[in-house]
Design a protein around this ligand. Sequence first.
Ligand code: F6R
Length: 531
Amino acid sequence: MRLIICDNYQEMSKAAAKLVSSQLTVKPDSVLGLATGSTPVGMYNILAEMCKNGDVDFSEAKSFNLDEYYPISSDNSQSYHYFMQENLFSKINIKPENTHILNGMCKDTDAECKSFEKMISESGGIDLQILGIGQNGHIGFNEPDANLNPNTHLTDLTENTISANSRFFDNIDEVPKQAITMGIGTILKAKKIVLLASGAEKHKVVKQLLEGKITTDIPASMLKVHSDTVLICDRAAYSSERIGVDIGGTDIKFGILNDKNELIHKESIPTIASDEQTLISQIANKCKELMQAYSINGIGVGTPGLIEKGRVTASNLPFKGTFLAKELERLTGISVRVANDANCAALGESTAGAGRNSRNIVMITIGTGIGGGIIINNKLYEGKGSAGEIGHIIVEKGGIQCPCGQRGCWERYSSASALVDMAKKRAEEHKDSVLYSLYKENGKMNGKIFFEAVNRNCPDAKTVLDEYIERLADGINSIANIFEPDMIILSGGITNAGDSLLTPLSKKVNVTVHIAQLKNDAGIIGAAMLQ
Ligand code: F6R
């Protein structure tokens, strides 16, 4: 089986359309085997366009469709008769009498199947057969079964197929339970076979097909005995390696996550934030470089700032309503998803860090401000785009002015900067304290110096810590009351204080609190997990 990997669905559709048109150029009266489902729709659209422009000619072609539900009438909008008319036949110059689809209303299915086989062989056999693949490996409606039927036959649909196809019906009960389909032998008699696979939901079966043995459990694996079969798939179906990008003010981190969610590569480059286009090109170029070295099926990006309806606005980057995902998709040709960086870090910790065994977590990033990320049932909760701005819940009416415009935001009292301000003030007021002497000795105040004073049992440092913990715990308890998460994860430089922070905090909160484990990798892992 030959393999062609395309960057995306459109490229896959183009490659398949090209094979069909070449077939018709070489042999204008070719017999085509056609499939329905969502996968070939892009290819049919391209063929219709080509036919309109005179680039392909179906006037002498014949077609035989793989299958049809049973029972179903041809005017039912879910029938494959209707599908083919809508998606292809009405848009190309094929003669209606040259198209053949099994009759979903026939009385005698045996006779219908025999006459279909006879018509195929009387036409000289199928020259080019187009196939899609089911998530369970079915081709046509040849479902996994110890005894695969070689000829066109009536078959029961599996639960898996009924549920996968229910997306086309109003409800699952309307999906017919049977179908008439070409058999594996009918398909294998085609001179050339093109199997199409698109989307991450096909990744598992494509991997099984390419790496596994020939088995009736995956009917598509029978195609491996055919001498001229080509599998054309997009990256999402072929690979589950994803790029995670974490954009920071000083550097941009890139990581590759494999299908076991392991970080198999990471690197970073200095951020060039001179203007929007330069920064976007910088990210796209590095991603393209990684796409050469790895089989990437998508890119996830974590960025500071707000994301609303796909537009990113970040104060410390040149993003002012930038359609970041769209732009990167245009430049790389593959799927890109963008989320707030604190949200990505939360997703990273919940995937591979402190929260890996929990389904529901809230991560609180304590730095200059307070950021957050909410994971519900292992999925990032994004609201309209940037949910989790928990640093801006108001804890003090009319309190300290916040750069966001409000007064009394939680981050004004419980961020690392707030702690440093409190420590400085206390030190200045108590010049005989250890806190003050460490402050003067170092010529500055920071979290490290403050916790050193705490560990040296400085009563003034302890007073500040008690007050700080009180405020931090209030906020954490409110969050826990809303979400009742399995755990709260704290991250940010202040968590280097370890037990000096965690022990007193744990006594004041009504939820399990852990310190983040992934440090700098959380953002890239979480970003990659967006895909
Ligand atoms: C359609 C057919 C099916 C589909 C398969 C994939 O005529 O025979 O085998 O090819 O179920 O369907 P999509 O493309 O919708 O994922």
